[in-house]
Design a protein around this ligand. Structure first.
Ligand code: FAD
Ligand code: NAG
Ligand code: NAG
Ligand code: NAG
Ligand code: NAG
Ligand code: NAG
Ligand code: NAG
Ligand code: NAG
Ligand code: NAG
Ligand code: NAG
Length: 593
C-alpha cells in the first residue's frame, strides 16, 4: 500500500515594502502609543492570565538565551507539527517565521552565538480558551491600534497566521467537540433542523475531528493532515477533501459559524442570521472577517470504500512519460464522475542508482459506498489500454477494499503515530486549478503535459495532483458560498513546491520567488488562460500575482464589500487575503486609503 506522505513544503517572505504614510500605520513597539506594562497586565487579567510574551522557538539555542536543556528539547521536537501548533513562537514554515527583508531570523541551524531575531513572530500571545477571551483580545488590539495575528496551527503556506510586531490570538487551546443528531441553526424556523452535525471549537485539529465523529459511527468532509485546523483557515478557505467527489468541499458542509467581529461582538452567521458573513466565511479565506470561535458542519453516514492505486512508470528521460501524463489526465473526468477522488504524485526525475532514473506517477483514488473491486477495476481499463498504446510504460495497479471511511483515513492518509513533518523547510508553492472541460477537450491534456514538462525537474522533485472536486463539488454550485466558482468546474488542483535552505541569501530567495512568479505561474496559467479557472487560496504561492482574481474570481468585489461592512478599519488583515491590498506586506501600514 502506498503511504501518502504529503510533500508539503513552504516559503519565505518578500514583496515590496511600500513607503508608509504618516498616520496610517499600526502602533509599533517603539511608538509612544504602544501599550504600557500596566495595560498589557490589565489585558492579561481580563483573559485570566493567559497572555504570554513570545520569543521564536529557536531562541533557546542562541546567544544570551541559550539553555542546553531547552535547546535539546526544541531540537528533538523541531519538525513535530503537533508541537508547533501549540507554540505561540512558531509557525510551521521557517520562511514565514523569519523576516529576511529586515534581517531578522532565528534558524535553529544558525551558529549558537548568532543573534536571534523576532522575525514575523508575534510579541505577545493571548492563548485564548473562551469566546470571551477572544472578544477581550480583539477589543484590546482595536483600542490600541495593534497589528493582530490569528494563529490556529500555523500551517498557512502563504504566511497568513504570523505577522511582525503583532499581538497574536492563539486558538489552539479551544478544543470542544459536540456531535449532535439534529442541529438546529440559530434563528431557524421551528422544525427546520439541519440534520446530523458536529460543532467544533476553533482549535480542533483534523485528526481530533475524525476520531470524534468515528466514535459515533459518522464521518465528515475534512482534509488529509493530522494537525491542520478544522475550523480555521482550512474551512474558511474552502477546504478540500479526499472524499470531495462524494460530499463536496468542507465549506459546502458548513452550517453555522460563531465569530467575534472587529468591534468585539460575538455573532452567529448562518443561513438565517448574518447571511453575508456566512457567505464570506465559506471560502473567503481565514483571518479576514473576524475570529471564528466555533463552526458546525454536517456529518455523514459511514460507508465502505474501495481505494484504487495505479502506478505509471517509464525510464527517466523517456518523453513518453509526458504522453502517459496526458493520458492519465484525459482519464480523470470519467474516474472522478464515477465517484473517485484522492491524489496523485509525480516524480519526473527519480534517481534509482548512480546511472539510472525513472519517471513515475502514482495515483490513489477513493470510491466510497463501493464494495465490488471488479466494478472499480473496470473503470481503469480504458486508461490501461491507452497507456499500453503509448509504449514503454510499466503499469502496476491494485484495488484495496476498506470497511469504512474511518479505516481508509487512518490506514492510508493519517497513519497511526504520524505527524505532518514541517519545521526546517522554506519553500514556495505554485499551483493551479484545472477544469474537467480541459481534460475532455481534444488537445487539452496534451497542452497540460507540454506546460508541466517545460518546468524544471530536479532529481527527486515532485508534483502533487488533488482530485478533490468533481460530482458533489460541482453539484454544490448553488450553495451561497464565496469559494472561487472555478472549484465547481475543477477536476484537478495541481501543485509543486520550490524550496531553499535556511542559509540561502536574500538574493537567492528572491530569485526563486521571482522565477516562480514571473516564469512558472504564467506557465501554469497559460494552459487555460489567466482569466479562466484560478488557484486554491490555501495552497498557492504566497506571492500569487493578481491574487484577487486567482483566488476568488468574480466573487472578489462582493467579498471586499462584506469586508468593509464588518471590518471597516482593517483590523483583520492576512497576507493575500481580502482587503490586504490596502496594506503593506507586513500589514503594518496602510498604503491605500
Ligand atoms: C500538511 C498539510 C496538509 C494539508 N492538507 C490539506 C487538505 O487536505 N485540504 C485542504 O483544503 N487544505 C490542506 N492544507 C492547507 C490548509 O488548508 C491551510 O494550510 C490552512 O490555512 C490551514 O489552516 P489552519 O487554521 O490550520 O492554519 P493557520 O496557519 O493557523 O491559519 C490559516 C489562516 O486562517 C486564519 N485563521 C485561523 N484560525 C482562525 C479563526 N478561528 N478565525 C479566523 N481566522 C482564522 C489565520 O489567521 C490564517 O489567515 C494542508 C496543509 C498542510 C500543511
Ligand atoms: C505503487 O508505488 C508505491 C510507492 O512506490 C508502492 O508502495 C505500491 O505498492 C505500488 N503499487 C502497486 C500496485 O504496485
Ligand atoms: C499573565 O499572567 C500569568 C498568571 O498570573 C503570568 O504567569 C504571566 O506571566 C502573565 N503574562 C504576562 C505577559 O505578563
Ligand atoms: C538530548 O539529550 C539526550 C540525553 O542527553 C541525548 O541522548 C540526545 O541526543 C540529545 N538530543 C539532541 C538533539 O541533542
Ligand atoms: C458591532 O457591529 C455590528 C455590525 O456592524 C453592529 O450590529 C453592532 O451594534 C456593533 N456593536 C458594537 C458594540 O458596536
Ligand atoms: C455504522 O453506520 C453504517 C452506515 O450507516 C451502518 O451500516 C453500520 O451498521 C453502523 N455500524 C455500527 C457499529 O453501528
Ligand atoms: C555510471 O556512469 C559513469 C560515467 O558514465 C561510469 O564511470 C560509472 O561506472 C557508471 N556507474 C555504474 C554503476 O554503472
Ligand atoms: C478508525 O480506524 C482506525 C484504523 O483502522 C482504527 O484503529 C480505529 O479504531 C477506528 N475508529 C473507530 C471508532 O472505529
Ligand atoms: C525558472 O523556471 C523555469 C521553469 O521551471 C526553469 O526552467 C528555469 O531554470 C528557472 N530559472 C531560474 C533562474 O531559476
Ligand atoms: C547551507 O548549508 C548547508 C549545510 O547545512 C551547505 O551544504 C550549503 O552549501 C549551504 N548553502 C549556502 C547557500 O550557503
Amino acid at each position: 500500500m502506498i503511504s501518502l506522505k504529503y510533500l508539503y513544503l513552504s516559503l519565505l517572505s518578500a514583496g515590496a515594502i511600500a513607503a508608509p504614510q504618516a498616520g496610517h500605520c499600526r502602533c509599533r513597539p517603539h511608538d509612544a502609543c504602544w501599550p504600557s506594562h500596566q495595560q498589557w497586565s490589565a489585558l492579561n487579567d481580563t483573559i485570566e492570565g493567559n497572555l504570554v510574551a513570545v520569543r521564536p522557538l529557536a531562541s533557546v539555542c542562541h546567544a544570551a538565551d541559550y539553555n542546553a536543556q531547552a535547546c535539546n528539547t526544541t531540537t528533538e521536537l523541531w519538525t513535530n507539527s503537533f508541537w508547533r501548533s501549540s507554540q505561540p513562537g512558531a509557525g510551521q514554515w521557517q520562511n514565514w517565521e523569519a523576516w529576511p527583508e529586515h534581517h531578522e531570523s532565528c534558524y535553529i541551524e544558525s551558529p549558537r552565538n548568532s543573534r536571534c531575531g523576532q522575525g514575523r513572530i508575534s510579541l505577545y500571545s493571548a492563548k485564548v480558551r473562551t469566546a470571551s477571551h477572544v472578544q477581550k483580545a480583539v477589543q484590546f488590539a482595536s483600542a490600541h491600534n495593534l497589528r493582530l495575528a490569528i494563529k490556529n496551527t500555523g500551517h498557512c503556506f502563504l504566511g497568513r497566521s504570523l505577522a511582525p510586531e503583532s499581538l497574536q490570538i492563539l486558538t489552539h487551546e479551544m478544543k470542544d467537540i459536540q456531535v449532535v443528531d439534529d442541529f438546529v441553526p440559530k434563528g431557524a424556523p421551528k422544525g427546520k433542523g439541519a440534520g446530523p452535525a458536529v460543532t467544533i471549537a476553533a482549535g480542533v485539529q483534523l485528526s481530533e475531528l475524525y476520531n470524534a465523529v468515528a466514535a459515533r459511527n459518522r464521518t465528515v468532509i475534512a482534509g488529509s493532515s493530522h494537525t491542520v485546523g478544522a475550523a480555521g483557515g482550512y474551512i474558511q478557505g474552502g477546504g478540500h477533501s479526499p472524499f470531495g467527489a462524494w460530499k463536496g468541499l468542507a465549506s459546502d458542509n458548513a452550517l453555522e459559524f460563531e465569530v467575534v467581529t472587529a468591534n468585539g461582538t460575538l455573532v452567529t452567521a448562518n443561513s438565517y442570521q448574518n447571511p453575508d458573513l456566512f457567505w464570506a466565511l465559506r471560502g473567503g479565506g481565514g483571518g479576514s472577517f473576524g475570529v471564528v470561535t466555533r463552526v458546525t458542519i454536517r456529518t455523514h453516514p459511514e460507508a465502505p470504500v474501495i481505494a484504487y492505486n495505479i502506478n505509471i512508470t517509464t525510464s527517466g528521460d523517456d518523453p513518453r512519460f509526458w504522453k502517459a501524463f496526458s493520458e492519465f489526465h484525459a482519464a480523470l473526468p470519467s474516474l472522478n464522475d464515477a465517484g473517485g477522488s484522492g491524489y496523485y504524485f509525480g516524480s519526473p526525475n527519480l534517481p534509482l542508482g548512480p546511472n539510472t532514473s525513472v519517471s513515475s506517477l502514482t495515483s490513489l483514488l477513493f470510491f466510497p459506498e463501493k464494495t465490488d473491486q471488479n466494478e472499480i477495476a473496470k473503470l481503469y481499463e480504458p486508461l490501461k489500454s491507452k497507456l499500453q498504446q503509448v509504449g514503454g510504460v510499466k503499469v502496476d495497479d491494485a484495488a484495496i477494499p476498506f470497511p469504512s471511511v474511518n479505516s481508509t483515513i487512518f490506514t492510508v492518509l493519517l497513519q497511526e503515530g504520524g505527524t505532518d513533518t514541517t519545521g526546517s523547510i522554506s519553500s514556495l508553492l505554485v499551483s493551479r486549478l484545472y477544469s474537467k472541460d480541459l481534460m475532455l477537450s481534444d488537445n487539452g491534456p496534451g497542452r497540460l503535459a507540454t506546460a508541466w514538462k517545460s518546468l524544471r525537474w530536479d532529481p527527486y522533485s515532485s508534483f502533487i495532483g488533488h482530485v478533490v472536486a468533481g460530482p458533489a463539488v460541482a453539484a454544490s454550485k448553488n450553495i451561497d458560498s464565496a469559494v472561487n466558482p472555478a472549484w465547481r468546474k475543477t477536476v484537478s488542483h495541481l501543485l509543486l513546491s520550490r524550496d531553499w535552505q535556511w542559509n540561502a541569501t536574500l538574493g537567492q530567495q528572491h530569485s526563486v520567488i521571482k522565477n516562480a512568479t514571473e516564469v512558472e505561474i504564467p506557465i501554469l496559467r497559460s494552459v487555460e488562460g489567466a482569466s479562466h479557472m484560478g488557484a486554491y487560496l490555501n495552497e498557492a504561492s504566497g506571492y500569487e500575482p493578481d491574487f484577487q482574481a486567482s483566488f476568488w474570481g468574480p466573487n472578489y468585489p462582493r467579498l471586499y464589500r462584506v469586508k468593509q461592512k464588518w471590518d471597516p478599519k482593517g483590523l483583520f488583515i492576512a497576507r493575500k487575503g481580502v482587503g490586504s491590498e490596502d496594506w503593506d506586506d507586513g500589514g503594518l501600514c496602510k498604503i491605500k486609503s
